[in-house]
Design a binder for this molecule. Structure first.
Ligand SMILES: NC(=O)c1ccc[n+]([C@@H]2O[C@H](COP(=O)([O-])OP(=O)(O)OC[C@H]3O[C@@H](n4cnc5c(N)ncnc54)[C@H](OP(=O)(O)O)[C@@H]3O)[C@@H](O)[C@H]2O)c1
Length: 255
């Protein structure tokens, strides 16, 4: 099996950092983990820097603000200069923002920031990294779809489900976040239909309710457990899952 490479956005803390850690420590054969964050030199990236120092041949820390298309373009150029013909096998759109608040307290600015980070960012990341995903699919050469070949994992949430909203809206009143993640779901569906000809798999994954800054201290999972589940699901993905919204156990979440 050829060594594969993974790119993760929002890789400096929370689920993103744990993805970098577990992928680096458990996935083989592995060539590179591109760990993207908006302030690689800042205090919030301390743990990521320490991890990268421990695995200098694998982890490459890349500056990327997903709310700034120019920053995504620059990151893509940097990654492109490293990967060559083998491309990038997996792009994980993990970075996101969430504002807590019901409809009457949510602001237009919060909605705009949520969309630029949680929807526009993933769209531009997919556009800019598509040449490397296509290169990875070509280099792999075998038929079918998988994360070992070429895939985009868009990290969504149970909170994006319109059908399930009635069950838990009272507990999770995050109007801009939920609306932006529902839009991410449609973005992923469109991408899955458009990129199937390139054998680039596009899947939405809900990590569970996880104790991070975004999930809060009352969440039921730690990042380690969530990411173990996510990686297991990612390993099992094939063309049958293209466009799907799955949770970290591999169960389908209704739209
Ligand atoms: N935790 C949960 O319970 C839960 C549940 C469902 C879905 N999710 C999803 O899981 C993913 C990760 O969430 P998390 O719980 O790990 O959240 P988190 O701990 O709050 O981390 C969010 C990450 O996104 C980054 N980020 C935010 N805006 C960014 C920008 N403009 N450019 C680059 N990076 C940016 C943050 O970087 P900075 O340090 O620079 O702010 C941070 O690395 C998100 O997509 C979230 O929606 C989480």
């Amino acid at each position: 099996m050829a060594a594969y490479s993974v790119l993760i956005t929002g890789a400096n803390r929370g689920i993103g950092l744990e993805l970098v850690r577990q992928i680096t420590e458990t996935q083989r054969p592995l060539s590179k983990v591109f760990a993207c964050c908006r302030d690689p030199d800042g205090p919030k990236a301390q743990e990521l820097r320490a991890l990268a120092e421990k695995h200098p041949d694998i982890i490459m820390v890349i500056r990327m603000d997903v709310a700034d298309p120019k920053s995504i373009q620059q990151a893509a150029l940097q990654v492109g200069s490293v990967v060559g013909k083998s491309g990038v096998n997996v792009v994980i759109n993990n970075a996101a923002v969430a504002f807590y608040g019901p409809l009457c307290e949510s602001t237009a600015e919060q909605m705009a920031i949520s969309y630029s980070t949680n929807v526009v960012g993933p769209m531009v990341v997919m556009q800019e990294f598509l040449p490397y995903l296509r290169a990875a699919a070509k280099a792999h050469g075998k038929p079918g779809m998988s994360c070992r070949k070429a895939a985009v994992i868009n990290v969504s949430t149970l909170g994006s489900s319109i059908e399930r909203a009635k069950d838990h809206y009272d507990r999770f009143r995050l109007v801009p976040y939920r609306a932006s993640k529902a839009a991410l779901n449609m973005l992923n569906m469109c991408a899955s239909l458009e990129l199937q000809k390139d054998d680039v798999l596009c899947v939405l994954l809900h990590p569970g309710w996880v104790r991070t800054e975004l999930g809060g201290p009352n969440a039921v999972l730690d990042a380690q457990e969530s990411v173990q589940g996510m990686l297991k699901v990612m390993e099992s993905l094939s063309e049958k899952n293209n466009g799907a919204l799955l949770d970290y156990n591999g169960d389908t979440i209704p739209w």
